[in-house]
Structures are given as structure tokens and as C-alpha cells.
Design a protein around this ligand. Sequence first.
Ligand code: NAD
Ligand code: G6P
Ligand code: MN
Length: 443
Amino acid sequence: MKKFSVVIAGGGSTFTPGIVMMMLDNLDRFPIKKLKLYDNDGDRQGILGEALEILLKEQAPEIEFSYTTDPETAFSDVDFCMAHIRVGKYAMREKDEKVPLRHGVFGQETCGPGGIAYGMRSITGMLEIIDYMEKYSPDCWMLNYSNPAAIVAEACRVMRPESKVLNICDMPVGTLRRMSQIIGKAPEELEVRYFGLNHFGWWTSVKDTEGHEYIDQIRNYVSEHGYLTQIEVDTQHTDPSWQETHKKAKDILAVTPDYLPNTYLKYYLYPDYVFEHMKDHPEFTRANEVMQGREKTVFDHAQQIIAKGTAEGIAFDIDAHATFIVDLARAIAFNTHERMVMIVENNGAIANFPDDAMVEVPCIVGTDGPEALTQGKIPAFQQAMMVQQVTVEKLVVEAYVENSYQKMWQALTLSKTVPSAQVAKELLDDLIIENAGTWPELH
Ligand code: NAD
Ligand code: G6P
Ligand code: MN
């Protein structure tokens, strides 16, 4: 079997060790010749790089491993770039979550004003790594899960339409794992129909390979417990804030009981509830929970490996639900025609939705990339919500391209999470100050 060369962009990410462990677990399905880490923060990446170098020497010495901050070294001679950068890192995520609170609006990583602010930063970093990839390895595919994926995907559609960038999110596959537990079936046995935008969608069907429909059974469960399951499907989503989110799916379902909702709809359907919840502890948001939790654990483990000079007895968790990244790479590499929910240009997949919207739908993925499966017409309620949200995402990208203050103000005003044009303007002026130097200048 051919062996592949992979670069992980955002090598200093809290998810890097879990994804490397997951790739080691899947070497029989996706053999790796060379693995490189790339980050523009050498100090942060250096800790994970040094630890993974020790670990790989012990567990997979045949893989050529290196880590670098030099784009040419990183992006030369690679087949796949797995990208998970966070422009502005945790310091800026914290601001995305906290600044809106001053204006009576919740703050969140990818939704509402937080996601809009993050989007304006992320586009620059994404264009930078796409350009490096195309310069040094023109045939390389980027499997991108850097957030906010909806805005990043729209920016790619507008500014890099020919680039081989696939935008994906782990939420559809992560929630499917929860559903599979609810009904006692393996996730690989299930096939879904789904429509929406990233972090903004609904399942319309969950069937097994024999065609048995489980949507009623899952609905009954979710209407009582949300997506809270007995056994946890991963470590990330077990933190208290995620448990709360999974529970809240019960109330999202109540609004549209025909279909099973993505948990992120809570931010659009219950923004007042989220704000009330956050304002009781404005100094401790999800960014703080992650910094004290996942980030600390991952970097502590890396430091221990470095100090001992061995990874024996010190385990990084395998990011098991990230196997969809290997499934995607395999689909491209071996033309497997894997069915996966991805973020692609609509072009009729959702019949009553604009062609040029980036939507999240099941696709068949092969050597030439994803082909969307048609999902038919969607109901007026979902369609209206999606038109509003996709217009926000498009306005952010237009604001970026045109350096337009006006469009950014419109984007914030149109977001279902912001109560008025006045609040949107005050928020925007605050975000401009807080994001100085990381956003394009708006005028
Ligand atoms: P993190 O801050 O720990 O890691 C991100 C890394 O990216 C940092 O080391 C940072 O230095 C680096 N970086 C920033 N800008 C860069 C640039 N221009 N070039 C190269 N490197 C750069 O963040 P994290 O919590 O591990 O998350 C990483 C990313 O993955 C985030 O964007 C997060 O939202 C995303 N994510 C997405 C999904 C999904 O479903 N799509 C799931 C999980 C995480
Ligand atoms: C899910 C989403 C990602 C998001 C992540 C945040 O996995 O699909 O898009 O980045 O949650 O998780 P965190 O643990 O960093 O809050
Ligand atoms: Mn996601």
C-alpha cells in the first residue's frame, strides 16, 4: 500500500497528540511515511513536538517525524495537510467569549459575535497556509477543521475557489456516535440524511444498513435526556459545559420535533438562556475550562514525556472520534466513496436554498473530492433560519474582502444572537479595539 506524507498545521494544538495517536492506531488503513508538525508559534509547538518525537521513536520508528516553523520545510513534499489552527490562540478565544457579555450578548467560540470575530482573524491564517501548501505541494489536499468552519469555508469559496481544501466538522459524527449508543448500534452501521450549515443543522433520517429508520426512537430519547448518554463517547465532550449543551438538545428538539437538531442550535434558539447562564460567571468561560482542562493535561503529559525521556507509562488519549479524518484522507487517497457529512457549496443539494451557500450535507467522497447528496426541499422554518445565518457568514467574508465596516455592522445586526443594530454597533466598536492588529482594517 502507498505510504503518505502528512503535515499537521497548528502543530501546537491541544488536539495534535490525540490525532497523532489516532493516526498511529490506523496505520494499517492509512500508512504514513512522513509526519511533520507546522505552527507559527515555535515555543508552543516545540513542547508537543519534542514529546511526540520521543513517543514516535518508541512506537512507530519507521515514520520520519519532524516539527518546524518554516513553511517551506513543512509544506514541501506532502500529500495531506491536516489543518487545525486557532488564530489568536486561547487568549483571543477568551476575548471572543467575554467581550460580548459586556453588551448583554453571550460569547461563544464559533456562534454569534464571538464566532464572527474569530472568523475575521481566521481567514488571514487560513489563506496563508493554503498558499504555502499550493506553493510547495500543489497536489496536496487540505483537510481543514480550523474554526469557525462556516466562515472559513465561505472565505475559501470566494477567495480560493480552485484550492483543494475540504472543510469538515466533528459535531455531526460526534453526535451520531451518541445516537448510536442510544439505539445500541455501531456508528459504522448507520447512514444519515442531514441538512444545514456548519454548527447549524438537522438530521432527517438515521437508518441502519438494512434500511430500518431509528429517528422516532432517538427522538423519544432526546425529548427526555437530550444527547446525554450513559457512556461517554470521548473525553472532550464530558466537561460540565458540554454535558449541559447535550442536555439542552431536548429544548431545541421541542421547537422542531420532526428532525434531530445539532447541539449548536441552542445559541440561536435560546440566546437569552445562554447569556443568563454565562453572566453568573463572566470570568470563567469555556476558554478557561479548556485552559485548565484539556490544554493543561495535554501539555503536562508532554512535559512529563520530555522530562523522563520516554513515553512509557504516560499516555496521550487517542482522539477516537477523529477517525473520520483518516476516513476522509482514505476516501481521497483510495477513492473509497465514503459517505460523510461535509461543508460544501450547495449547488442544488438543498433544493430551496441558494446555490452559492456553503452548506453541511452528506457527501460521497472519492479521489476528486466530495459530491453532495441531494436532501430535497427543507421546511420554511429551517430555511428562514438558515438564510439569515448564511447571510451573516457571507457578510463577514464580504466585510473582510472589502474592508467594510458597514457590512460587518450588518453581519452583527443580522445575527439572531444580537438584539439590535445599536448593540451590534457598540459590540463592533469594542471588537475592533480588542482585535487590533489581527483583523483587516475596516472603514
Ligand atoms: P490551540 O490554540 O491549542 O491550537 C491551535 C494552534 O494553531 C496554536 O498552537 C497556534 O499557535 C497555531 N496557529 C495559529 N495561527 C497559526 C498560523 N497562521 N499558522 C500556523 N499555526 C497557527 O487550539 P485548539 O483548541 O487545539 O483548536 C485548534 C483548532 O481546531 C481551532 O480552530 C478549533 O476551533 C478547531 N477544532 C475544530 C473542530 C471542528 O469540528 N471543525 C473540532 C475541534 C477543534
Ligand atoms: C466541537 C465542535 C468544534 C469546536 C469544539 C469546541 O467539537 O465541532 O467545532 O471547536 O467542539 O470544543 P472545546 O472543547 O474546545 O470547547
Ligand atoms: Mn465543529
